[in-house]
Design a protein around this ligand. Sequence first.
Ligand code: ADE
Length: 234
Amino acid sequence: MFLEKIGIIGALDAEIDILLNSMENKREIKIGKTVFYEGRLSEKDVVVFKCGVGKVNAAIGANTAILKFDVSKIIFTGIAGAIDNKLNILDLVISTDLVQHDFDLTGFGYPLGLIDGEKSIKFKADETLVTIANNSATKILGEDKVYLGTIATGDQFVANKRQVNFIGETFGAKATEMEGAAVAQVALNYDIPFVVLRAMSDKADGSAHMDYNEFKPVAADHSAKIVVDMLKHI
Ligand code: ADE
């Protein structure tokens, strides 16, 4: 029988705390600077780890999880800044797809976000995982707090309205963060199904730094609790 192992990634300690505290048979394996925790969660084999902030850290983590731990699915859990002005702090966005909003080869005639060698600027998430995430999220948070849509990733903490409007208008994104599309690019490179869950800690505006500090723990926990429920349905 094929026993699958699910990779669960957060960028920050706060984003994986609940998962690590709920795991059974936890074993620690350090590869490079990353500490991976293998064990059982919701009666599934998992490897949970903090990748650190930004696209390179995220890519290192996702690639290592695939090649060293043989994960067959990847779930990213964490927080983000809201881009769509319908969203409130603590609402959740589930990725239908992701884009790297700071990838710029426009000088060579490419659309903003298009990476050389890719067919589209957007990396599509796995539809089954999106549905499972949506079911768990609506059950836990309520339908009015859950959105499906594009997540825009870049190596920047967005904290001004002008950039929010730009990312929203250019990519039709609902939320922005700093890791998701890098994980997506790595996962798709190996045909590994993935989904990204992001609870809003701020609105990526002038108050973003303050809101981020206030809402980070509760937003991170919301997203992680949804992952715990998702695992029961995978
Ligand atoms: N993660 C949480 N809030 C964010 C923001 N405003 N920009 C980028 N990443 C974030």
